[in-house]
Design a protein around this ligand. Sequence first.
Ligand SMILES: C[S@@+](CC[C@H](N)C(=O)[O-])C[C@H]1O[C@@H](n2cnc3c(N)ncnc32)[C@H](O)[C@@H]1O
Length: 332
Amino acid sequence: MFSQKFSSIVLGRHHLKPASARSLARWAAAGSGSSRTNVCRQRTRRLQSSSALLHPGARSASNTTVDPGEVRRFQLLANKWWDEQGEFAALHAMNDLRVPFVRDNLLNVHRAHHPGKPLAGLRILDVGCGGGLLTEPLGRLGADMLGVDPVEESVSVARLHSSQDPDLRDQVSYRACTLEELSEEEEEQQRAAQFDAVVASEVVEHLADLETFAISCNHVLKPGGSVFITTINKTNLSYVLGIVVAEQLLRIVPRGTHDWEKFISPEELERLLESNGFSVQSVQGMLYNPVSGAWSWTDSTSINYALHAVKRSDSPEDGSLFPEDRAEATNG
Ligand SMILES: C[S@@+](CC[C@H](N)C(=O)[O-])C[C@H]1O[C@@H](n2cnc3c(N)ncnc32)[C@H](O)[C@@H]1O
């Protein structure tokens, strides 16, 4: 099966399953037990129908980003987060690029007032924080960090690890939940958006529904807030290097970590963000050298890339793209 898939990808004969059918099936399987407010249910129904009209064939909104298979996979790896030579070594090394990427782009917008703590005063949400590999260094730069992940075991590891550093005690906190649950909490409590930035590094390729992710990002961000994403492009090269070489041959990441069908091109991600109230500022290619174990920036986005977008000023303040929801929010 593996060689059949490999040859069909290399020869360009890979056929994708309809993404919308997959998302809806996952929604039926995963979302049935969760309680939603009527407003949220109505909003979701409107979102599903408008999304289908606006983006025929696009990924559909299923109201949950959670793919239960992904959660199970990361549950089994939860005790590996802080092994710098282990399964997550490439994520540890990626901090050399992604921490300055987030810091410098935020400093372009927010001037630093605290020497040594350039991100002081900024509240950042790390979505899919895992063991806190990126949450911690951003906290050390002074940001007020909240890390969220649906895998409770990972959140426990992240809490325990950060509690060992007194400098992080007031900087970093964690919750076992999803972005959309946070967003719905804000909506239910009618709280103003609280985050200056959302970071989702190596996460979107594990989500069941990217439209729900984009809408929820918009909702939790202050006007002008930033979203930072690193992920894997959907190319033949990313299949060969990201799955065949990295997972099957060199075992840089555990086998089965990635599903090529969930990879997304920078163009598709840009379209998704632009149609959900964001303006994409930059997209940069990233390259991993398996021999040195180091990442570097590259002009090519054909495998890994980092993206920075900001919430547009014409984006509705309550994050809703539907006038009737904004009216409901205003009228209480
Ligand atoms: C490859 S890891 C990246 C972890 C972390 N961002 C880092 O770079 O160190 C992907 C993470 O996404 C999390 N994840 C999976 N589904 C998610 C969802 N629906 N919402 C948020 N995080 C999710 C996994 O539990 C895992 O921690």
